[in-house]
Design a protein around this ligand. Structure first.
Ligand SMILES: Cc1cc2nc3c(=O)[nH]c(=O)nc-3n(C[C@H](O)[C@H](O)[C@H](O)COP(=O)(O)OP(=O)(O)OC[C@H]3O[C@@H](n4cnc5c(N)ncnc54)[C@H](O)[C@@H]3O)c2cc1C
Length: 367
C-alpha cells in the first residue's frame, strides 16, 4: 500500500511526488497521459513570475513570490538529480506601457510592490530600450529584476525521471474516478476500470480535470480556462521576459520564444483559433517589430485549473485526503512550494505557508 497516492502527473503532482519520496514515503502517481500537451504544465510559458501582474489577494501575491524564490533551490536540485538543462534563468521582466493609462497602471503596480519591500522600478522609454534593444518606441515600462523563466516541458520530463529514480511508482494510462472513504477517512482511489488502490493519503492534483473526480470535496470548485500559446523562432530573441498589452514573450535559449496567452472560458474545447493567433501576433509585433520576420513554429492550447476567486485549493479535504490544485495561471511558479505544503501536511508537520486563504472548503463566489 502506498503512503501517498497522487492523482495527476502534471507539475504539481510530480513535484509533490518527488518531494514526498525524498522524505522517505512510498508514493504512487496515477496519470491518464503523462505526455498530454493539453495538460497545463506542458502548455505553459514557463514564467516564474510573481510581479508582472496584480494578484487577487495579498496572500496570493506572497505565495507567488515565495514560490518563485523556492525555485532557486528546487530547480538546481532537480537539474543536478537528473542532469537536465531546465533553462532556468533569472532574466528579469519588463512590462511595457504604450499609453498614459497603461503607464498609470504600472505606477500603481510598482508602488504596491515597493510598499511590500519587493524589487521593482519604473523605467523611461529609453531605459526600457536599454534593457531590451529590440523594443519598439513605448511610453514607459516597469522592470522586475527578480523574475525568472524555465522550460516547463523539461521540468515535467525531469520530474518524471527524478521520481522514478527515487522509487515513485508512476502508473500511466490509468484514470482515477473517485477518492474512497471509510470510517470518516480517505482510504484510497477507485479507478475507472473498477480497481481499488489503497493508500495512507490521497492527493488530488489532477489540474482542471480534478473537478470531475468524485469524493474529493472540491466538486464544482474548478473550471478549465483555455490558454492558447504560439512558438516563434528568430535569431534575435528577447533577453528577458517582455509583456505588453495583449501578449507576453517568454524567451528560450535556442532561438525560440513563446507568445501567450489567451484566457478563454470554453470548457475542454481543444481547438486553437485564427482569432487568438492574430491577436497574439499583433500584440507581439507591436512590442518587438522585428518579430514580423519570425517563423511561426507552433500553436497549441492547454487548460488552466481555475477557481472563481482565483486562488488555489490547498489543504485537507477530509482526514487523509488533500487538494493541491486550482493554480490557474501560476502552477509552474507554485509547483515547488506546493510540493513543500503537501509534504508538510502528509508528514504531520505544519505548512510552510498559512493555508486559511487557500482552504479547499472555503465558500467561493457564485460563478
Ligand atoms: C497557455 C498556458 C500558459 C501558462 N503559463 C504559465 C507560466 O508561464 N507560469 C506559471 O506559473 N503557470 C503558467 N500556466 C499555468 C500552469 O501551467 C498551471 O497552473 C499548472 O501547470 C497546473 O499544473 P497541474 O499539475 O495542477 O495540472 P496539469 O498540468 O493540467 O496536470 C494535471 C494532470 O492530471 C492528469 N489527470 C487529471 N485527471 C486525472 C484522472 N482522473 N486520473 C488520472 N490522471 C488525471 C492529467 O492528465 C494531467 O496530466 C500556464 C497555463 C497555460 C494553459
Amino acid at each position: 500500500m502506498a503512503d501517498a497516492l497522487i492523482i495527476g502527473g502534471g507539475a504539481i503532482g510530480l513535484a509533490s511526488a518527488w518531494t514526498l519520496a525524498k522524505h522517505g514515503l512510498a508514493v504512487t502517481v496515477l496519470e491518464r497521459d503523462v505526455g498530454s500537451v493539453h495538460a497545463a504544465s506542458r502548455a505553459a510559458a514557463g514564467m516564474l513570475s510573481a510581479q508582472l501582474e496584480s494578484h487577487p489577494s495579498e496572500a496570493m501575491a506572497a505565495l507567488c513570490l515565495r514560490g518563485r524564490e523556492r525555485h532557486a533551490t528546487f530547480l538546481p536540485e532537480l537539474a543536478e538529480a537528473t542532469g537536465a538543462d531546465l533553462e532556468y534563468r533569472t532574466v528579469g521582466a519588463l512590462r511595457v506601457a504604450f499609453s498614459d493609462e497603461d503607464a498609470a497602471n504600472l505606477i500603481d503596480l510598482v508602488e504596491a510592490q515597493r510598499a511590500r519591500g519587493w524589487e521593482a522600478r519604473i523605467v523611461s522609454s529609453a531605459e526600457a530600450r536599454d534593457l531590451e534593444p529590440s523594443l519598439s518606441a513605448c511610453h514607459s515600462g516597469a522592470f522586475f529584476p527578480g523574475e525568472a523563466v524555465v522550460e516547463p516541458n523539461r521540468v515535467v520530463d525531469a520530474l518524471v525521471r527524478a521520481c522514478i529514480e527515487r522509487g515513485v511508482t508512476l502508473r500511466t494510462g490509468v484514470l482515477a474516478a473517485q477518492v474512497l472513504h471509510a470510517g470518516g477517512r480517505a482510504t484510497g482511489v477507485l479507478l475507472h476500470n473498477g480497481d481499488r488502490l489503497a493508500a495512507g493519503h490521497v492527493i488530488v492534483a489532477g489540474g482542471a480535470w480534478s473537478a470531475s473526480l468524485e469524493g474529493t470535496g472540491i466538486e464544482g470548485k474548478l473550471r478549465p480556462i483555455r490558454g492558447q500559446m504560439l512558438e516563434l523562432r528568430h535569431a534575435r530573441t528577447p533577453s528577458r521576459l517582455v509583456e505588453g498589452p495583449g501578449a507576453y514573450l517568454s524567451p528560450r535559449t535556442d532561438g525560440r520564444m513563446l507568445v501567450g496567452s489567451t484566457l478563454e472560458d470554453v470548457g475542454f474545447e481543444r481547438a486553437v483559433t485564427v482569432g487568438a493567433a492574430t491577436q497574439l501576433l499583433n500584440a507581439a509585433v507591436r512590442l518587438l517589430p522585428h518579430l514580423a520576420e519570425a517563423t511561426l513554429a507552433a500553436h497549441w492550447c492547454g487548460f488552466r485549473p481555475a477557481t472563481r476567486d482565483g486562488l488555489p485549493l490547498l489543504g485537507a479535504t477530509s482526514t487523509g485526503a488533500l487538494a493541491a490544485t486550482g493554480h490557474h495561471r501560476n502552477g509552474i511558479v507554485l509547483s515547488a512550494i506546493t510540493a513543500d505544503i503537501v509534504t508538510a501536511l502528509v508528514t504531520g508537520k505544519s505548512s510552510p505557508v498559512e493555508l486559511t486563504p487557500f482552504a479547499p472548503g472555503r465558500v467561493l463566489p457564485l460563478g
